[in-house]
Write a new protein. Structure first.
Length: 291
């Protein structure tokens, strides 16, 4: 018999993930702070609950994917949070990009209560979520991972257990550090090619077939040329991620100058009013009026 699933956070990523679960005939109960963001999912067959605690009562596995670490805290430890109704039968999976410290806190709280907990942030953006090709980076115990992996496989192309609690979040930070570099490289490539009066479409077609090929170049550069700055991943959330990465790097006595510069540039972009754009909007620092 299939496990029942609870899902807290039905934004850009969460809504697409829930659709894959519904397509696989899972019973899914959802909660989102703004109920209207769950309307489509309810029409597709998801059940609504009025709080994370209510979601948990009617579910075996509870997933969360919310905005910020403070939202994770509220979802789990709040007055109507998950831990109010979670029991030993539950598995809790936080897919928010959050801090390794908070991931360990959730795991330890769960362990004290006999509840299994995983941290499992994802990468792949809105397209990965829609296409079911996300990458999931998991921290926690192997026995828990093995129980949840068949569900992960419904919306992900690659799922790996990285190690103990917090390891999923550390892996996501490594991922975001790499993305910071590729986003900067993509933007500067376009700026340089335009200044040299090159045909930007031809440049992308050419360099995308060589050693400069990367996910940011393939997925975000074409959006820039179409002046499509809708959010597959919000600028404001990327700033949050880069801050976490730099904070964790400081704890590890590691200097990350490229990541630090990327954070500064994205903060400038947000200050210019583009915090709710997609991360490809970084080009607006050079092309405020479009290409």
């Amino acid at each position: 018999m299939k496990k029942t699933i609870g899902f807290i956070g039905t934004g850009v990523m969460g809504s697409s993930i829930v659709k894959h679960l519904l397509t696989a005939d899972y019973s899914v109960t959802v909660y989102n702070r703004t109920k209207s963001k769950a309307d489509e999912l309810i029409r597709l067959g998801a059940k609504w609950a009025d709080s994370p605690a209510e979601v948990t009562e009617s579910s075996d596995i509870v997933f969360t994917i919310v905005g910020y670490p403070k939202d994770v805290e509220e979802s789990y430890f709040g007055e109507n949070g998950i831990f109010k109704t979670a029991t030993e039968k539950h598995i809790l999976v936080d897919m928010t990009t959050s801090t390794p410290t908070l991931a360990k806190k959730l795991y330890n709280e769960g362990k004290e209560r006999g509840i299994e907990v995983l941290d499992a942030p994802v990468s792949g953006g809105d397209l990965g979520a829609k296409n079911g090709t996300l990458t999931v980076m998991v921290g926690g115990e192997e026995r828990t991972f093995d129980k949840v992996k068949p569900v992960f496989d419904l919306f992900a192309a690659k799922v790996n257990l990285q190690g103990k609690a917090g390891s999923g979040q550390h892996t996501k930070m490594a991922n975001q550090i790499m993305i910071a570099g590729t986003m900067m490289g993509m933007a500067e490539l376009l700026v340089y090619a335009k200044a040299a009066n090159l045909n930007l479409e031809k440049v992308l077609d050419t360099v995308g077939g060589g050693s400069a090929q990367n996910w940011s170049l393939s997925n975000y550069a074409p959006r820039i040329l179409k002046e499509d700055y809708t959010a597959g991943f919000f600028v404001k959330h990327f700033i949050k991620d880069l801050k976490i990465a730099l904070d964790e790097a400081e704890k590890l006595s590691v200097d990350l100058p490229s990541t630090r510069l990327a954070k500064q540039l994205y903060e400038e972009l947000a200050q210019n009013g583009f915090e709710n754009d997609g991360t490809q909007a970084i080009i607006k620092l050079w092309w405020p009026e479009g290409k």
